[in-house]
Design a protein around this ligand. Structure first.
Ligand code: SAM
Length: 233
């Protein structure tokens, strides 16, 4: 998969390829490049923002650098998906990550200040599929952290990125439930024992216990997930 990120703070992404995504990059599974939006400015100050029409607080990202950057990174790409992180977008979920993990080319446009001139989203739709995606109902300073979260969630679903694909199947949100609790050695630590059933060797009983734990945990911490599953049924 090819991923292009456009940002005025490209160094934010230096840590993204330290672990599994770095290995995927080395193995040629992932082709991630982070570009500085200011490279598409043409004035001495490399200006990317200006005051808002109609007045109001803050600055708005100018359309010109975005247009040139999007033209260049999507040139020759057949079906790019252009994602703009935005608190006003659809909320990112595991389902979104799975859907995007099978695309050939993702472009992330990281906003700053009060956001990006609205016409950029309209223009981007002439180059590919546009998605405005929110990490959650709160406001960040810029799209960089949201992009990193999305790239990591999407990237780990690409075949070959996570060593053992079985470890993806049972994770939280894969089947609409939270994951069951996990334990490792020692079997007793600071007077806290691992549940007996996990030491029993009875795989049927272990699977039943884990399922019950998933349901109980989801009911207690995230009842909204169970309600959503009921509504879908
Ligand atoms: N004025 C905008 C609004 O009220 O919707 C918020 C702008 S925010 C300060 C600057 C940038 O941070 C946004 O353009 C977006 O790229 C990013 N951002 C902020 N919160 C986000 C969130 N919850 N999810 C994804 N991106 C977010």
């Amino acid at each position: 998969m090819r991923i292009d990120v456009l940002s005025i703070f490209p160094s934010y992404f230096d840590g993204l390829t330290l672990s599994l995504l770095g290995k995927a990059q080395d193995a040629g599974i992932l082709d991630l490049s982070v570009r500085d939006l200011r490279d598409w400015t043409h004035d001495r100050h490399r200006t990317v923002d200006d005051t808002p029409y109609g007045g109001g607080a803050g600055m708005v990202m100018k359309p010109e650098p975005w247009g040139l950057a999007l033209d260049e990174v999507t040139a020759g790409s057949e079906h790019p998906t252009i994602i703009f992180p935005s608190p006003a977008g659809e909320v990112f979920t595991q389902k979104t990550a799975r859907e995007l993990s099978v695309r050939d080319h993702l472009v992330f446009g990281c906003g700053r200040y009060e956001g990006i001139d609205e016409r950029v989203f309209e223009y981007a739709a002439s180059l590919g599929e546009v998605r405005l995606i929110s990490l959650g109902d709160y406001v960040l300073n810029g799209g960089e952290v949201a992009t990193m979260a999305m790239v990591e969630a999407i990237g780990r679903l690409i075949p070959g990125v996570v060593g053992n694909p079985d470890s993806l199947v049972e994770e939280s949100h894969e089947d609409g439930l939270l994951e069951y609790p996990s334990y490792t050695k020692p079997s007793v630590w600071r007077e806290r024992a691992v549940p007996d059933v996990l030491l029993s060797g009875n795989h049927g009983a272990i699977a039943a216990w884990r399922r019950e734990q998933q349901l109980e945990r989801t009911r207690r911490r995230r009842p909204d997930l169970l309600r959503a599953a009921d509504a879908d049924a």
